[in-house]
Design a protein around this ligand. Structure first.
Ligand SMILES: CC(C)(COP(=O)(O)OP(=O)(O)OC[C@H]1O[C@@H](n2cnc3c(N)ncnc32)[C@H](O)[C@@H]1OP(=O)(O)O)[C@@H](O)C(=O)NCCC(=O)NCCS
Length: 156
């Protein structure tokens, strides 16, 4: 069993989510929580990411990413929350969790359409963190970013 009560990442709402809402959301099909645990102390949570099905308006994508797409909302996976324990910041766990979200999205793509991984950044500083990994701002919301999944443009 993971120690959810002991988790703290510096943003109270993200700590509270893990303690009070994550299990319920998982049960109700609202979002799944993926936890990264400490190998040496498996109950200790190093970080977590939540994922849910989502969609984004075609016009929100940058023009180059809209090419050849049908005029429907674009199927997506939303990374609702991403958090790493304060004591562990800067060690690559955030990057690992992002990579995990990309891998899950790629696997899902074999079962249902997923074109982009979406994220709502808390502020401009966190948006910079995502941009460093290739996320692009949507045309409609500067703090909502997307990463094309498995497309050629993404592989350059
Ligand atoms: C944002 C967060 C998830 C990053 O996790 P982390 O494990 O510290 O990040 P990593 O060690 O994997 O860092 C990867 C890279 O991003 C950079 N980075 C980390 N946090 C950053 C931030 N807040 N802003 C800008 N860049 C950041 C790192 O410098 C690193 O770059 P480098 O490899 O060139 O040095 C973590 O700081 C956190 O949980 N913060 C509080 C909660 C939060 O803000 N969550 C985001 C919700 S949208």
């Amino acid at each position: 069993m993971h120690d959810r009560q002991g988790f703290t990442c510096g943003i109270a709402s993200l700590d509270t989510y893990l303690k009070q809402r994550a299990s319920q959301h998982q049960r109700d099909g609202i979002a799944t929580t993926h936890v990264l645990a400490d190998e040496d102390a498996p109950t200790r949570i190093l970080g977590y990411v939540t994922l849910a099905a989502a969609q984004v308006e075609l016009d929100a994508l940058q023009p180059a990413d809209r090419k050849r797409l049908p005029h429907y909302p674009v199927p997506a996976v939303r990374m609702g929350r991403l958090a790493v324990a304060t004591s562990e910041h800067g060690q690559g766990y955030g990057q690992w969790l992002l990579g995990h979200a990309v891998n899950v999205s790629l696997r899902l793509r074999q079962q249902l359409g997923v074109r982009v991984l979406l994220v709502d950044a808390l502020d401009a500083k966190v948006a910079k963190f995502y941009r460093a990994f290739g996320f692009r701002p949507t045309a409609t919301q500067a703090l909502t970013l997307y990463l094309p999944i498995g497309s050629h443009r993404n592989e350059k």
